[in-house]
Ligand binder design. Structure first.
Ligand SMILES: NC(=O)c1ccc[n+]([C@@H]2O[C@H](COP(=O)([O-])OP(=O)(O)OC[C@H]3O[C@@H](n4cnc5c(N)ncnc54)[C@H](O)[C@@H]3O)[C@@H](O)[C@H]2O)c1
Length: 273
């Protein structure tokens, strides 16, 4: 029987590449996103590489839509083996300028979307002894300046994943959390923040990635197969995380210097007169 995977945010970027990587192995895929045209394109590409499945509109902020998706997986596939909580949005801005609405928006998608995905699919995963793959970010581990709401959402995804790792061991449900550094996708289209210049700064970081979304999906595939919990696809990210664990103060000092440089380049975020 083919294995079955559900992927949120599968209409673009990393979600699409995950669909293609697992699709190449002949998996049945349930693909969801807000972007219906992107979803259809992913499904066409998945079929071309040997996978199959269906696409369904789903906003991860709406628990009832995730529950409906789980029901469709039950009806159409007879269950699910892997849940990938990948849907996410970008944000930036120094804490002083971020509004509470910016916080609510960011947390409702990047953190609560993952919580709701896990909650809606857990009964199916318990039955299949399946696994959860949550897409966090290096932001969860490094807390770079000018993106505190994104950092907190992604750190929450790591904390949730660690909680589930231990709680679900007896139920034989596996958990993985992926923490990529920046890589080129359509992520910036969703950018929200009070400082337009910061969007341009993030755009440069996305462009600077030495690896692509497809490389990340490949790396994930191998790491999930060997049972790794925390998956850091960028070599530079792995080095930075090791350094932070050994010498946290050195990292905080570097981030503070980075914050000063960012402020200098970002007039709206400059010091008050
Ligand atoms: N690109 C990067 O540099 C980077 C770095 C680290 C982590 N990530 C994470 O990787 C994941 C995938 O992002 P990407 O870079 O492929 O970006 P992307 O914008 O190409 O893909 C994200 C997809 O999520 C969908 N989405 C957004 N809000 C949604 C919602 N409420 N419900 C359902 N779908 C929704 C979007 O429509 C989009 O198709 C995100 O969680 C992101 O935070 C990205």
């Amino acid at each position: 029987m083919p294995m079955r995977m559900m992927i949120t945010g599968a209409g673009s970027g990393l979600g699409r590449e995950i669909a293609l990587r697992w699709g190449r192995e002949g998996w049945q895929l349930a693909l969801c996103d807000l972007n219906e045209a992107g979803l259809q394109e992913t499904l066409v590409q998945v079929r071309a590489v040997g996978g199959d499945g269906f696409a369904q509109y789903c906003d991860v902020r709406d628990y009832s839509q995730l529950v409906a998706l789980a029901q469709r997986c039950e009806q159409q596939f007879g269950g699910i083996d892997v849940l990938v909580n990948n849907a996410g949005v970008a944000s930036g801005g120094f804490f002083a300028e971020l509004s509470l609405e910016d916080w609510d928006w960011q947390l409702s998608i990047n953190l609560m979307g993952v919580v709701k995905g896990c909650k809606a699919f857990l009964p199916l995963l318990e039955r299949s002894h399946g696994r959860i793959i949550n897409i966090a970010s290096m932001a969860a581990l490094m807390q770079g300046p000018g993106m505190s709401n994104y950092n907190v959402a992604k750190a929450g995804v790591v904390a949730l994943s660690e909680s589930l790792l231990v709680e679900l061991r007896d139920a034989q449900v596996g958990v993985h959390v992926v923490c990529p550094s920046f890589f080129q996708t359509a992520l910036l289209d969703s950018f929200r923040g009070p400082t337009p210049t910061m969007k341009a700064q993030v755009a440069k970081l996305l462009e600077s990635s030495p690896i692509s979304a497809a490389d990340i999906a490949d790396y994930m595939y191998a790491e999930v197969a060997r049972g790794a919990f925390m998956i850091l696809p960028h070599e530079q990210g792995r080095a930075a995380w090791q350094l932070k664990q050994r010498q946290p103060q050195a990292l905080y000092d570097e981030m503070a210097t980075m914050a000063t440089r960012m402020r200098a380049r970002s007039p709206v975020a400059g010091p008050a007169e």
